[in-house]
Write a protein of this length. Sequence first.
Length: 154
Amino acid sequence: MKVIELARAAGVTGETVRHYTREGLLHPSRDPDNGYQRYAHRDLERLRFVQRARTLGFSVAEIRDILAHADQGDSPCPLVRDLLASRLPEIRARIHELEALAARMEQALSAWKAMPDGTPDGHSLCRLIESFPEPLGDTTADASPDAPAKKETP
C-alpha cells in the first residue's frame, strides 16, 4: 500500500502515517521501481494499534517501547499496566486542577458581568484581569508563556 492507501484504510491523514513512520512506529519497505514507501497489511495492524494506544493516553515514545517489546517477542503487557498505573494518579490530579481552573473562570465571568470595558491608560492593562484576586503563594506561572498558572507540588 502507498501512504495514502494506508491512511484511508486506517482513517487517518497521510501526514499521520508519515509522522509515525518518522517516529519508527511503522516500517515500510521501498518500492524498487520508484523508491516510494510501501506498507504491508502488518503496518495497517500496527497503525490501528498505535491509534488505540494513543486513545489510552500513551505517548509516541511509550508506544515505541511497547512495540519494541513485542517485536523482540517479549510481552509488553506488564509495561503497559505499569505505565497506566503510574499515569492514572497524574491524570486525576490534572482533572482536579482543571476543575479548579473552571471554577475560577466561572467566578471571574460572574464578577465581570457588570464591569465596564476599560482602555489601557499606562496604569491599567485590562481592568477585568486586574480586578481578579492576586494568586495565593501556592501558584506559579508555568515555564510556558501560553500555559495557565498551575499549583506547585512539593
